[in-house]
Each structure stands twice: as C-alpha cells, then as structure tokens.
Design a protein around this ligand. Structure first.
Ligand code: LAC
Ligand code: ZN
Length: 462
C-alpha cells in the first residue's frame, strides 16, 4: 500500500482523531521517553481503544512490514518505547480500564494503559495491594511495567512486576491474539509463556490485558532514616539488617551527592543531607507492636555500624514527604546536567565492593557519578554526569568507563540492568553479561515469533 493508503486504513481502524501526524500538537511527546538525549520521531502515532483495534493495527503492520512500537507512559530509561526505525507508535494509554477486581481469588484483570498508582490507590481503598512501585508510578503504566519487568523499592520484600503477572492477553507479530495463563496460582501447562512476554520490551507481542495477583494491604508502616559517616558503612549495614531476620519493605541508599541534588531540585532542606550517605528503611505489616520491635532491632544494628542519630517518621505525612523526596532522585540528577545511567545490580552483599569500585573507576577517568538506589536488593543506579566535560571526552571516554562499571558489576555476580531494561541504549553491552550461546537463544525466540522484525525492532536483542 502507499503511505496514504495505510494511513487511511489506520484511521478506519481507530477513528481519524486517534491517528496523530507530525503536525499534531501532542506528537512531539511521542518522540522521546525519559531516557537522556534520545529522540526518534515515529511516522505516525496511533491510539487504539481495544484489543481488536490493536490486532487490526498489527495485522496491517505485518502485511506492510512496518515497524510497530508499543508504548505505555513513556517513562522508560533505556529507550524501549522509541520508534528508532520510524513506523507506527502504538500508544496504549486509552486502554486504561480496570476490568475486574476479584477479591475472592485475589486477582485483578486490567488493561495495559492503566497508570500504576491509580491501580494501587483503587486497590488500597478496598484493602488490597499490588506492591511493585517504580519511582515513576504516578505516570507509568502497567503495560510498560510488564514490558520492562519494572521493580522499585518494595522488590526486596515483595518482588518485581513478574512476580504478580499470572495471565496475559497479547497480539503477536503475526496478528494472532493469544491468551497465556490466567487466574491460576499453579500452572505447568506447557512453557511459561506469560513470563516469556514479561520483560520482553514489546519485542514479542503487544499486551492487551493482564491478570495480576493481589495481596492484602499491609495496614501499618514505619519509616526510618539513618545517616552514615561513610558510603562503605551504609552499604555494609544492609546485609547486617537482613541477618536480624527482618525483611524491610524498602531499604534504599542515597549518597551525599544524591541528597544534595534532591535538595537543590526541590528547593527544600533534606534531612541528613550533610552526611556522606543515607539509608531509608521501611517495614510494614499488620501488627504495630511487631513493627516497633523491628525498628528497635534495626536501630541496634545501625548503632553497631556507627550510626548515632536516626529519624523515625511520626506520621503518614512525614512518610509521604520522605518518599516524595526519594522518588524525585532521578529527576533531580537529570536537572543537574546531561548524564548516562548504568542500572547496575549485584547480590546485595557485594554492594560495598560495587560502590567502592564505581568510585575508583570514575576517579580514574576523571568522571563524576551520583549513585542511589535499592540497596536491599543490590540494584544501584549509577549516574555519570557530563557537566564540565568536553563533548569529545564525553563521547570517547564515557562508553569505556561505563563498560568498566558493567564489567565490574558482572564480575561481582551481578548484571547490567536490574529494572530499567536493555531497550535501545544498553543493547551493545549485552555481550558483557551473556555468552554467545545465550544471546543466540534470545535471537532464536525473536526470530520464531517475529521473523520480519516488525515488533519494536532494534530493542533488547543483540
Ligand atoms: C529510581 C528509578 C530511577 O529508583 O528507578 O528512582
Ligand atoms: Zn530504581
């Protein structure tokens, strides 16, 4: 078909007002996500309202061999939702309904464009809980979270997106609509195809519906801030806390530069911002006495790690304030200078080595990095800043330093992305983490399900 013909076919499928061309006011927001420094205009943006429309769009793309890039909230940090080869940007934001909350079986059925926080607040009002809480939860979507297998602070106690996805409806690259899994806590019927799609970054199918496991909402929370005299001590305290037999629902790490960045960005005084490092520790549950005991026990561990002062939030407002500040860390770093993030993850006991190693590598290259992240699960976001460096140094030396950081991560038993995905920006580093035989498995799966490479081409596969 000519371009005009497939444009008008798209208009027939979703309605003319839901096909956006480059002259449209909203078009530019679809050219980027939250990844630094990337911009790729799609040929056209399409906003379907149901699974049948998604299927028709993918069928058209398959017969015309046009790339289709599924997109959620556009908050990704590895360029996964960008139309790097042009083509159809398929945004699922209109498909944002909660189809069912089944409190007999503790499952919800939702559409992919549902905002994660909206889902969580709706559940909470009914005493139910969906734990994964990426920092962008106010604007990211469940579909995007599934595509990237998103994590967040609560991963330590509750796991990540994959641990809650039990069923998916999806449209495959050949235009077939499939249903994998369902409201079943146990299921060994064939390969685990639900989990093949989770984290596949839109390269194997477009998710049109998800069946999600729920938990009862924990009634009480205690939130504690602990300032440290050294980054090393903070990192070393993490396993010590866990060894007390307590699993906090969050155990977050911020170095001084991250605290200062938040302070400047938000224009408020951040508690303990003069210390070299801070841990944010939260416990949750249904028994307040138990939580108070746990906080007491954590405070004892901290004391033996040279922490002389802690702050325990007194009420929900103070807890919210702490979390708002923590969640703005990414934005705060972004506001300082162009940067490149490495989403490192290691077994948590290796965190002290990772933190020390990153500092050594950056010092050697004359680079400045700001690190913060999820210390409890070993996921550290290392942000290397461009400010003060020439374009030449940045372009030549940054990839080499980044590679050293990722090699160190892998040598510690870790890998090159914990929760932000491979997407577009990290693809070339995949061979650092996977051997040829392993990469070939990924390639064969992609080839089997999408032989013409139309679904989100140039992502996740090396
Ligand atoms: C965070 C995001 C960037 O942890 O993953 O704030
Ligand atoms: Zn994170």
């Amino acid at each position: 078909l000519s371009k005009e013909k497939w444009f008008s076919r798209l208009e027939e499928i979703v309605g003319a007002e839901y096909v956006l061309y480059p002259t449209h006011d909203d078009f530019s927001k679809y050219e980027h996500d939250e990844t630094e420094d990337l911009k790729f205009p799609p040929t056209v943006v399409v906003r379907p309202d149901d699974a049948r429309q998604v299927q028709e769009i993918v069928k058209l793309a398959a017969s015309e061999k046009i790339p289709v890039v599924p997109r959620g909230g556009g908050t990704g940090l590895s360029g996964g939702a960008l139309a790097v080869r042009g083509g159809i940007l398929l945004t699922l934001e209109r498909m944002n309904r909660i189809l069912e909350i089944d409190d007999q079986n503790f499952f919800a059925v939702v559409q992919p464009g549902l905002i994660t926080q909206v889902f969580q607040e709706t559940l909470e009002a009914r005493g139910l809980f969906y734990p994964p809480d990426p920092a962008s939860r106010g604007s990211c979507t469940i579909g995007g979270n599934i595509a990237e297998n998103a994590g967040g602070p609560r991963a330590l106690k509750y796991g990540v997106t994959k641990d809650y996805i039990y069923g998916l409806k999806a449209v495959l690259a050949n235009g077939e609509a499939v249903t994998f899994g369902g409201k079943r806590l146990k299921d060994v019927t064939g390969y685990n195809l639900v989990q093949l799609l989770v984290g596949s970054e839109g390269t194997l199918g477009v998710v049109t519906e998800a069946t999600i496991k729920l938990l009862p909402f924990p009634k009480y929370h205690r939130t504690l801030l602990a300032p440290f005299q050294s980054v090393q001590k903070a990192a070393e305290s993490v396993p010590a806390i866990m060894q007390r037999g307590i699993i906090p629902c969050a155990l977050e790490f911020m170095e001084n530069d991250a605290l200062k960045a938040i302070e400047n960005y938000r224009g408020v005084k951040v508690r303990f911002s003069d210390y070299p490092a801070l841990l944010l520790i939260e416990v949750d549950g249904n028994n307040e006495d138990v939580l108070d005991e746990e906080i007491q026990s954590i405070a004892e561990v901290l004391e033996t790690n040279d922490v002389s002062d802690v702050f325990v939030a007194e009420n929900a407002a103070q807890q919210k304030e702490i979390w708002d500040l923590r969640r703005s860390a990414g934005e705060a770093v972004k506001s300082i200078s162009p940067y490149k993030e490495e989403d490192t993850v290691v077994p948590r006991s290796k965190l002290p080595e990772l933190v020390a190693g990153i500092h050594q590598i950056c010092d050697r290259w004359g680079l400045r990095a700001i690190s913060y992240g999820h210390a409890g699960d070993g996921n550290l976001h290392c942000n290397i800043l461009k400010s003060g460096l020439s374009d030449e140094k940045w372009e030549k030396e940054l990839p080499l330093a980044a590679e050293e950081i990722l090699r160190l991560t892998v040598s510690l038993g870790g890998t090159i992305s914990g929760e932000h995905g491979i997407g577009y920006t990290q693809k070339r580093f995949l061979p650092l983490a996977m051997k040829e035989a392993e990469l070939e498995v990924i390639r064969s799966i992609k080839k089997a399900l999408d032989p013409d490479n139309i679904l989100n081409p140039d992502k996740a596969v090396y």
